[in-house]
Design a protein around this ligand. Sequence first.
Ligand code: ADP
Ligand code: TRP
Length: 323
Amino acid sequence: MARILTGIQSSGRQHLGNILGAIKPAIALANDPSNDAYLFIADLHSLTSVKDPIARKENLLATAAAWLACGLDPDKAVFYAQSHLPECTELTWYLNCYTPFPMLANAHSFKDKSDRLADVNAGLFDYPVLMASDILLYDADVVPVGKDQRQHVEMTRDIAEAFNRQTATETFVIPEARIDEAVMTIPGTDGQKMSKSYGNVIDIFLPEKALKKQIMSIVTDSKALEDPKDPNTCNVVQLYRLVAHPDQVVEMEAHYRAGGYGYGHAKTALFEVLLTAFEDERKRFDAYVENPQAVYQALALGAEKARPIAQATLGRVRAALGF
Ligand code: ADP
Ligand code: TRP
């Protein structure tokens, strides 16, 4: 049985891109009985960007509620918040001392973020080591991630191998990344990759009115209602294809080509199909947010299951280092 582990940052609410690109595929892996799945919320990682304590609490709740609403079964997966297991921060320090400085200085995501962000803190620099700690603490075999995270898993392997070699032990399991090439990049309302940092998200858990507003803000060209339109270059159709029934897609494409069908019509159709496709998820999300106790209980159960594994790993590490 392979131990699969993946995390998602709670740096904001989870949008359609996170749900289709990360949450749903991870839940499918957790539901496969041949996997032993560890799914967690990387709330310590989000401290590199989110500094407000109230936002932190809200984001943790909304992120956990999104996972549960999307069908994560806390009895099938070990589901926890990273910060509830402080073993992770202790291990980060040990790993830091086995991580070559140039490896971090050359990380793509650090270079990219340090060019873009105003707050370039040391946590941002050390982000890959905290991620290595997440993975190595729980003896993960396989780490399903998006393409942008491949380098971080490579670094985890390098750090683990260096530690095992230098201490002449087999303290760490060497993990492998699993990049699902089939998962496409979901476009945002402006046509770029949907991302919390670009302000172009569709948040399917919003109340209807606010969700409709996001959908109406999808950028299109300025063709008039009566003009024929190209479905293949339109953001609305791209998003519709992800959630509508194939027959509905064929119908919308025909409307586009025929003309007499405006972008407003298409956006309304997209809104309706999203409400139907995520009807159950939306109801469950609201129920969890109204009753956060159920969410916190699920996370507490996960922390309880994760703790013995974390402590066993730390025990091996301390012994290998003579602490
Ligand atoms: P964001 O860009 O919103 O901050 P993250 O970088 O925290 O999102 O990504 C969290 C997870 O969601 C990752 O596994 C990532 O691959 C996936 N993801 C994020 N945005 C998209 C998207 N637009 N399409 C597909 N997957 C996405
Ligand atoms: N860095 C990952 C991301 O932004 C989230 C993450 C943190 C993670 N720790 C992890 C993913 C461990 C996989 C394994 O998407």
